[in-house]
Design a protein around this ligand. Structure first.
Ligand code: NAP
Ligand code: GDP
Length: 322
């Protein structure tokens, strides 16, 4: 089994690399040498380029693909560049899936996101609700491109019998995130902003929006363990939500306060309520996951957030993607 991991240098890809290199067993790597995991970044192959992707598949000859590569960004980047988010992701997914088909790959596990779900739909989100209405206006370009992966998976399965499936994580965070202030998701953006505010004379730490929206976060290393499991054991074209319970939502204010405390700021925080809140909440049911894998234990959120904040502080000058 040779697994090609696209997006191998990103937040999720680096977590999969960490887990497959540092852990063993059902959710870890190795498997007595029966598996090889090959991680690629955009520097090795621009997956928007069909011919370059074909050369990559010809070189690696994967039996399985964990397809994580995507143009990814937080609320503000998605609002500013909907066309780029749509076009890049459509192109990446088309060349990865068609090449996987052409090269006879046994299984592809692609990555969707709970932010692609309809905006006006009954909660909790479930795997059956992906296409039940338009996505939130703030990220429609990314959302429609990602939804097409589910359509592509079903089309390849119906026409050729290919086992192309997808997983749907909620908001991800962890070591090695994208901390760039213009494109980061909320947790890495808040870590970076909080850290900068610690310098003498620097502007104070300000949280965008009201702080009231709720998010359901999954730690990248827990997600990586679940993805390893999905590559090996999940056999169903229908997607599966990978997340802790929908009852574990956390407010943006709680997240900001926890990050500030870890960095030594105990004063009340400032909120810039002129900035958008985005979707208020998007709770997703993990019932399907729990039914298939009842024994899986998620890392407690506070512990994972503290570990991730400490990783960022330690790596700020040493390779963090700022
Ligand atoms: P990330 O940290 O931004 O990493 C993106 C990865 O995709 C990088 O390895 C990047 O390579 C690669 N990539 C981007 N454009 C590419 C291209 N044109 N050709 C080849 N590779 C390209 O993102 P992430 O958070 O790990 O996201 C991984 C997956 O999880 C994505 O499919 C995303 O939609 C999904 N997801 C993420 C979240 C979240 O909160 N982060 C939530 C739900 C779902 P370089 O490093 O070389 O640029
Ligand atoms: P989303 O879950 O797809 O909306 O993406 P984000 O990870 O970008 O989370 C956005 C939520 O965090 C919104 O409620 C924002 O108002 C809030 N937020 C607060 N400060 C920031 C920040 O500095 N960057 C980002 N991206 N979001 C922030």
């Amino acid at each position: 089994m040779r697994v090609l991991v696209t997006g191998g240098s990103g937040l999720v890809g680096s977590a999969v690399r960490y887990i497959t290199e540092h852990e063993t067993g059902r959710f870890g790597g190795n498997n007595q040498g029966a598996e090889e995991w090959v991680f690629v970044s955009s520097a090795e192959c621009d997956l928007r380029d069909f011919e370059a992707t074909k050369s990559l598949f010809a070189r690696v000859r994967p039996t399985h693909v964990l397809h994580l590569a995507a143009r990814v960004g937080g609320l503000f980047a998605n609002m500013q560049q909907p066309a780029d988010f749509m076009r890049d992701n459509l192109a990446i997914n088309d060349s990865v899936l068609q090449n996987a088909h052409d090269f006879g790959v046994e299984k592809v596990v692609s990555c969707l996101s709970t932010c692609i779900f309809p905006d006006a739909v009954d909660y909790p989100l479930t795997e059956a609700k992906v296409h039940l209405g338009p996505p939130h206006a703030s990220n429609f370009g990314y959302a429609y491109a990602k939804r097409m992966v589910d359509v592509q998976n079903k089309a390849y399965h119906q026409q050729y019998g290919d086992m192309f499936t997808s997983v749907i994580p909620t908001n991800v965070f962890g070591p090695g995130d994208n901390y760039n202030l213009t494109s980061a998701h909320v947790i890495p953006a808040l870590m970076h902003k909080c850290y900068l505010s610690l310098s003498p004379g620097a502007p104070p730490f300000v949280v965008a929006g009201t702080g009231r929206p709720l998010r359901q976060f999954v730690y990248s290393r827990d997600l990586a363990r679940l993805m390893v499991w999905a590559v090996r054991e999940y056999v169903d074209v229908e997607p599966i939500i990978l997340s802790p319970s929908e009852h574990d939502e956390v407010s943006i204010a709680t997240v900001a306060t926890a990050i500030a405390r870890t960095m030594g700021i105990n004063a009340p925080l400032t909120f810039d309520t002129a900035k958008p809140d985005g979707q208020f909440r998007k709770p997703a049911s993990n019932a399907k996951l729990v039914s298939l894998l009842p024994e899986f234990k998620f890392t407690p959120f506070d512990e994972a957030l503290k570990e991730s904040t400490e990783w960022f502080v330690q790596h700020y000058d040493k390779g963090a993607r700022v």
